[in-house]
Design a protein around this ligand. Sequence first.
Ligand SMILES: [Zn+2]
Length: 454
Amino acid sequence: MGTMHWTRSVVSSLMIVVAGIALSSPAGQPMQAAVTMAASPAAAGPVGRSSLILEATYDADLKLSWRSRKIRVDSSATIRNTSGGAIDRMEFNTIAARLGAMRLQPVTVDGVSVAATVRGQTIIVPLGRNLPIGATTTVRIRYRATLRRDLAGSDWLFTRTNGVVDLYRWLPWVSRRTPFDRPNHGDPFVTPSSPSVTVRIGTSRRLVLATTGHRTSVSADGLTQTFRAANVRDFTVTAARDYLKRSRVVRDTVVRVGNRPGAGGAAMLDAAADAFDALEKRLGPYPHGAFKVVQSAGGYGMESPGLIWIPTGVAASTLRYLAAHETAHQWFYGIVGSDQAKEPFADEAAADFAARFITGLKRASRCSAGRLDRTIYEYSAACYYERVYIGGGNLLDKARQAMGWSVFWSALRGYISANRDDLVTTSTLLDALDAATPIDLGRTLFAPRFPRIY
Ligand SMILES: [Zn+2]
């Protein structure tokens, strides 16, 4: 997430096992959750286990009523168990459960209704059996929800305000139980990448839609549009009646801007295209054919795969920084995923470092240097941004200075290419830098700031 409010600028462990859910090891290999596996009976019986390391494809219908703000979702996730052990439940996240007064209809597993429960933003789906390694199952989730009418708190993620519909994480996505409430504006999300997502969007009136996917068809009346995406870890939808479109080819990617009249689309395109060019040169190839830069209802800048939000009302003075930060998330979050809630350093510090490097906006932190290995739930609102983004980015810049710039960027490119479409930990990033230089970065630079890791 970015940090520029629409009215003013504001400012590892090697194994993470939470409630029986294993995150990937730094090598990208699925890790057994030793505790939960040991606790499982060898014979038949529920294994009591879920995982993030699942291959899920999504096929969804989204109905959006502009006037009433109501949405209806009918989503089927076909999931292959690639986690290295049996699982007997799945956990999906959607913020409709927290912000949309979600009414969940019966959830089915391979056509059979199951007793799903909702905890915070998480829909917990019992599979009714142990799903062995390599087996496939289909979970269908249907719900109705209502968009917010303001930007307060986290409402900007799921709202129709200022003539724009913002739909973040409306599609229930494989995840794990992740608390939505936090003391700052950190992103309470972690999602594995999906090889294939198909979404049909039906709207009550003609709308210009900007989504993570590319449009493959539109009905004759213009009210149903179909989108597809590959290798994405979310599918964001933004809509307006009057988005103006403009685009520019940058290297081999089409950078597309969607903005409402009067919102400065030309400046948005310049800022995003320049950032995209500078970042792809340093970080390596961007995987999608198009990169969308879209005016959102407001609130904060926000990343999603293939698409970023620039909030309504962003100050001209912060546009270049904000566009660069959100664009950098295409690599640090989009291509290489991480647990944004538990380890915000991995994506936010890296994205902010890269953004300030290419725009020349490096500055000192306004909070004291502190630990960089905390979860979003442990930083105060006053210092979350200064510590993790600014302080964390400046630590990476120290590594760059110690290593030399060509070794540093080469190490970052190697980290991105080695972990493409995976979920990593902060350790993966720090180790990749450390391994690229004879300097002991771990001991000299990282250890004091990451006591949970070193
Ligand atoms: Zn960010």
